[in-house]
Design a protein around this ligand. Structure first.
Ligand SMILES: *Cc1c(COP(=O)(O)O)cnc(C)c1O
Length: 388
């Protein structure tokens, strides 16, 4: 093998350019480190990119989920359904508000929440039993939210789309229209993360998108201590200094420095997405003749946050790649099997398709700055393992 990496090739990583660095440095020389003009600019540009009315920048994706759950009124006694194959935060946001998390099993071809399983769960309880649904565009494959919305309307649920994996992704609706992840056409709220492995990387950062003005106004308040400075919303006005804390909110703000980085990254979002799709297509072609490697299903609107393969001897492949300086990862350990959720009564065996998927899945390197030579090396190492 000609190529040999001098540093580990991870499953994902950020791509920082000189323009990104300059954008941050400029804000450091400006009057604002936080809550200056970059926040609103990032929100506007992000909303335009996604094709949604409102965007609210927050400190990270988990804070975004928490604020969404609060804005939708999650409280003790409420029940919310999500997928076991996601990052724990998709479920945890319900717990922050005292609500109860339920899970529905996945479709094994996509690893997305199976809406048929959601329907079964809903139909096995009286109407009004469940309050919300949190579907996840896992790996970058968009959930069919038109279908999810029909189900939600039938059973009186709200929807938070966890679109952390899918900025720029889309599905095609029954009218033949492309519906971008997070565009608020079907979900009440959607959330994104700007963690370093995500499409847009700011270190920490997140975004909530919605077309609902009521929720937008509520999120603005909750993001900053429950305080409003808008005279139109205040009970009284005692002068120029006056502001009102109207409910219990948080400091979940995203600083100007990071919004500047986000704007700079957003400028390259389509470029990064195209590169992810090119790399994914090359993996597809490379594994097409390998019976022992089964990639998850693709789709035209797939945003390819992750490239997931399924392999019989997953631990063997993980260890073999690790020995070759390739740091693959497993997404995800099913949430219901985590000790915390087992403590709430969930058990291994509850969602067999998710557990079966977990036993064999592996996310191999996929990020825009992965070079052709690095990808060929990854493919060669996987083939070597399969033929050994
Ligand atoms: C990254 C991620 C989150 C949480 O985002 P943070 O910014 O790390 O808090 C939530 N859900 C999913 C599916 C994610 O991938």
């Amino acid at each position: 093998m000609l190529f040999s990496p001098t540093h580990p090739i991870a499953y994902g990583r950020q791509h920082i350019t000189e323009a990104d660095v300059q954008a941050v440095v400029e804000t450091l020389h400006s009057d604002y480190l936080t809550q200056g003009p970059k926040v609103g600019e990032f929100e506007e540009k992000f909303a335009a990119y996604i094709g949604v009315k409102y965007a609210v920048a927050v400190s990270n994706g988990t804070a975004a989920l928490h604020l969404c759950a609060l804005a939708l009124g999650v409280q003790p006694g409420q029940r919310v359904i999500t997928t076991p194959i996601t990052f724990a935060a998709s479920a945890n946001c319900v717990r922050y508000c005292g609500g109860e998390v339920y899970f529905a099993d996945i479709d094994p071809n996509t690893a997305l929440i199976d809406l048929k399983a959601v329907r079964q769960l809903l139909e096995s309880h009286p109407k009004g039993h469940f309050h919300g649904l949190i579907p996840v565009d896992f790996a970058g494959l968009p959930v069919n939210l038109e279908e999810a919305r029909k189900l939600a309307d039938e059973f009186g649920l709200w929807i938070i789309e966890d679109a952390c994996h899918a900025p720029g992704g889309f599905f095609t609706d029954s009218q033949g229209q492309e519906q971008r992840c997070g565009n608020g056409q079907f979900a009440d709220l959607a959330i994104f993360s700007f963690h370093p492995v995500k499409h847009i990387a700011t270190g920490e950062g997140g975004m909530i998108t919605t077309n609902r003005e009521d929720l937008y106004q509520e999120l603005l308040k909750l993001r900053t201590h429950g305080i409003t400075k808008d005279p139109a919303q205040m009970h009284r006005n005692e002068g120029g200094w006056y502001m009102e804390m109207q409910e219990l909110g948080y400091n979940y703000r995203m600083p100007d420095m990071l919004c500047a980085l986000g704007i700079s990254q957003l400028n390259r979002a389509e470029e990064g997405l195209a590169r992810r799709r090119t790399l994914a297509a090359r993996y597809d072609a490379a594994f097409a003749g390998l019976a022992s490697i089964r990639p998850l299903a693709g789709a035209p609107g797939h945003a390819y946050h992750l490239y997931v393969i399924q392999v019989e001897n997953r631990k063997g492949l993980y260890d073999a790649l690790r020995a070759k300086n390739i740091y693959a990862q497993v997404h995800y350990i099913p949430v219901h099997t985590m000790p915390y959720y087992q403590g709430l009564g969930w058990q291994p065996g509850d969602f067999p398709l998710a557990e079966q998927y977990y036993a064999h899945c592996l996310s191999i390197p996929l990020f825009p700055s992965l070079t052709d030579a690095e990808q060929e090396y990854v493919i060669a190492c996987i083939k070597e393992f399969c033929h050994a």
